[in-house]
Write a protein that binds this ligand. Structure first.
Ligand SMILES: Cc1ncc(COP(=O)(O)O)c(C=O)c1O
Length: 356
């Protein structure tokens, strides 16, 4: 029998989460962000699941968009980083993709395309995050210049990204939204501001197009909304042993038995995307029962303490995150965020899509 390490992708959770989030903003439209293989959940699968509820999709780079086209996804796709090379502009037009442009070089590439081969263009504005986009003070000149050149038009959308939307007490978000919305009002263009945390907790950021990522997958759950985890990462016990009090387990002897202990070895490791930084005590669930990591994470295996569980056996199911173990809790234990855990589940782990 093959290794029982799988990421179960819960299609109903993804569809329901998207609907719950989109319903928060009934006066605007929402699209699912499916970059980075839909945060590790499988972009083609997720696009198919959300076909009837997400009228557009967002990815980071054109290669992601073209892979979706090859799989038969037809909805318009927003490419959040725009073109990295000139030839991507024609590719975007040919594949019905919208390029979010953030510098003049990208706009000049589009201007150099034959008129019939120009993609639709949205404009990225730096409202304070200082990562990508035109400075607020330059936007009106850019609009004037590139509308005149036939690159931008009245359907172009102004896009910005919020630096601190996940922190509902940080006044910086209000400042970013206010500066950006003042600009948008002057230009009379549609806006796209809100990511998941902003859609949930900064209503004034909801605009013409909200960009919903992590919460569609059940992340960002410190909210009263009922969002379900979309991925269960699971494996199984491949070995069991008694470890006498005082003996240690794993590389570097980082865990020592404080009593005579029962240790289960589980067939998943950092090569599968389980974070090597998870410390002793990180929660897992064995047949739905709480247990915890004991010893360092290896490339292909972890070891867990199951001393308190009387009936465990080789082959028993171990959940690393999902319904019983919160991915946020594991991320915190590893010193990172759920986004990183989701996107790092490696290609070695089969994704199994399940409907209820
Ligand atoms: C530009 C942009 N928009 C939207 C998103 C989606 O954000 P979230 O996953 O927080 O919903 C991201 C995610 O990284 C992004 O970079």
């Amino acid at each position: 029998m093959s290794r029982q390490t799988q990421a179960i992708i819960h299609a109903d959770a993804i569809i329901q989460n998207f609907k719950v989030l989109a319903a928060l903003a009934p006066h605007s439209q929402s699209m699912a962000v499916i970059k980075a293989d839909a945060y590790g959940h499988g972009a083609v699968n997720v696009a198919r699941m959300l076909k009837h509820v997400s009228p557009r999709f967002a990815v980071a780079i054109i290669e992601e968009a073209i892979a979706l086209r090859h799989a038969g996804i037809t909805a318009p796709i927003i490419v959040l980083e725009g073109a990295h090379q000139r030839k991507e502009c024609e590719m975007a037009a040919a594949h019905n993709c919208i390029l979010v442009t953030h510098n003049e070089q990208q706009l000049s590439w589009i201007k150099a395309c034959a008129v019939a081969e120009r993609p639709q263009v949205w404009l990225k504005v730096d409202s304070g995050m200082h990562r990508l986009g035109f400075s607020i003070d330059d936007v009106e000149d850019i609009l004037h210049k590139y509308k005149h050149a036939g690159v931008l038009n009245d359907n172009s959308v102004l896009v910005t990204h919020l630096a601190c939307a996940d922190d509902n007490e940080n006044p910086f978000t209000e400042r970013q939204i206010e500066r950006f919305m003042q600009l948008a009002k002057r230009t009379h263009l549609g806006v796209s501001v809100a990511n998941s945390p902003a859609t949930i907790q900064w209503p004034e950021s909801r605009g013409c197009w909200n960009r919903l990522g992590v919460a569609v997958y059940g992340g960002f759950r410190e909210t009263s909304l009922s969002l379900a985890p979309a991925m269960t990462l699971r494996s199984s016990i491949i070995a069991l042993r008694q470890v006498p009090k005082g003996e240690s387990v794993g590389y570097g002897q980082t865990w020592t038995a404080q009593q005579n202990s029962k240790i289960a070895t589980v067939g998943i490791g950092y090569a599968d995307g389980y974070p090597r930084h998870c410390p002793n005590g990180t929660p897992v669930a064995v047949n739905g029962q709480p247990a915890s990591l004991a010893g360092r994470v290896s490339m292909d295996m972890i070891t867990i303490d199951v001393t308190h569980l009387p009936n465990v056996a080789i082959g028993d199911s171990v959940e690393l995150w999902g319904e019983n173990v919160s991915i946020g809790e594991v991320a915190e234990a590893a010193g990172t965020i759920d986004y990183e855990l989701m996107t790092r589940v490696s290609a070695r782990v089969p994704r199994i899509v399940k409907y209820k």
